[in-house]
Design a protein around this ligand. Structure first.
Ligand code: PLP
Length: 382
């Protein structure tokens, strides 16, 4: 009795802030109107077909986290002065759920996405939460949506956790209200008919991220300007931008970037830019570094390299292959780099990719679809 009175009192005094939401408290409202599963073929458009349910949990500065909800997929109703619409208080994650040949649903290293979401939220002064509780919410949500995880290799259910500031005030201040939600959408193989290598355009005048900025966080504001830049270069026949910072190669489009080359000393080296404020710490990037280090067949380096070193290596025939890396495609072969009025052709041993690119794709796919048992697989099923 007294404890109830006390807890009521302290709630109204705002002292008992809920510092996290809890997976055990999720309120679930199943849909009565399930959507139909689309045909799983190359007509499926990336992330267009959303699933039956939506997960969300609200936060405000007085109460802290509210009760998490899973309900039929629905529009969000937000005040037009919500800070996400005006000051870019939005961050997100991208991950996938895969079905194995034995009908198990797997996630791939989800704890890394959870950690990254917490970091992105902190960069925007959005509230923190318990990572393990969020992972358990995600697991419950994916379990409820398991019929949407396609049982066809290469296809998966894309998961988009998102956090927004919903503070209703036009002042530029720390959001006093926020919403964390998750939507799921069906995705097919990025390359349904085999690899489609991309041509890159490199222009020192266009910048994605800068030292001391938030290029290492998945915040929405990093991506809008890139869309307009990319639109311009697609008209010139290129697909992605190769981003530089002070002449150093950083990322490609919205992927991390790798080059396999022979150094001037004749050593074979797989190289990618080191993690700093200009590089997004990709789960795929980390997986590629870990796997290739385990293989131990060539030197694996995270170090700074310049566009001049790269084009010089192409000219001297030292580049073996190059590729982008990210959850959507896993790896994406690069066939060409445009720099200062000149196209540099990147070799592709297999015609549409290099040997390492193909090997990494096959290996990571077989972990994701449970063909290889690996500690990176996280089983959703209870
Ligand atoms: C998401 C993203 C990546 C890839 O990260 P993954 O975790 O491998 O999907 C790389 N670069 C940028 C800029 C990104 O937004």
């Amino acid at each position: 009795m007294w404890s109830r009175v006390y807890s009521k009192l302290s709630n109204t005094c705002g002292r008992r802030l809920n510092s996290t939401f809890r997976a055990s408290e999720i309120v679930i409202d199943h849909t009565n109107n399930p959507k139909t599963m689309p045909v799983l073929d190359e007509t499926l458009i990336f992330g267009k077909k959303t699933t039956d349910h939506l997960f969300w949990v609200d936060w405000d500065a007085k109460k802290g986290w509210h009760t998490p909800q899973i309900a039929p997929y629905q529009p969000l109703v937000l005040d037009p002065t919500s800070s996400c619409f005006h000051y870019g208080t939005e961050c997100f994650e991208g991950m996938k759920a895969y079905k194995t040949a034995h009908d198990k649903v797997l996630l791939f290293r989800p704890e890394m996405n959870v950690r990254r979401l917490k970091k992105s939220a902190a960069a925007l002064a959005l509230p923190d939460f318990d990572g393990e509780e969020f992972l358990q919410c995600l697991r419950k949500f994916v379990d409820i949506e398991r019929k949407w995880v396609p049982n066809k290799k290469g296809y998966s259910m894309y998961i988009r956790p998102t956090m927004i500031g919903t503070h209703q005030q036009l002042g530029v201040t720390k959001p006093a209200k926020a919403k964390l939600f998750i939507v799921n959408a069906l995705v097919g193989p990025y390359f349904p008919t085999g690899f489609k290598p991309v041509a890159l355009y490199c222009d020192e005048a266009r910048v994605r991220a800068w030292p001391g900025g938030v290029g290492d966080k998945k915040v929405g504001g990093n991506y809008g300007p890139g869309i307009a830049y990319t639109d311009e270069i697609t008209k010139l026949g290129y697909q992605q931008l190769l981003w530089l910072v002070n002449g150093n190669v950083t990322e490609v489009g919205t992927m991390n970037f790798f080059v396999l080359w022979k150094t001037k000393e004749g050593e074979t080296e797989l190289i990618t830019a080191p993690l700093d404020s200009t590089i997004l710490e990709g789960v795929t990037r980390d997986s590629i570094l870990t796997l290739t280090k385990e293989w131990g067949e060539f030197k694996v380096s995270e170090r700074t390299f310049s566009i001049h070193e790269l084009v010089e290596a192409v000219d001297q025939g030292r580049v073996i292959e190059a590729f982008g890396a990210g959850t959507a495609c896993i790896v994406c072969p690069v066939k060409k780099i445009h720099f200062k009025g000149k196209d540099y052709d990147i070799p592709m041993k297999l015609g549409n990719s290099g040997l390492l690119t193909k090997r990494l794709l096959d290996h990571i796919l077989s972990i994701q679809y449970g063909e290889i048992h690996h500690p990176w697989s996280y089983q959703v099923d209870y």
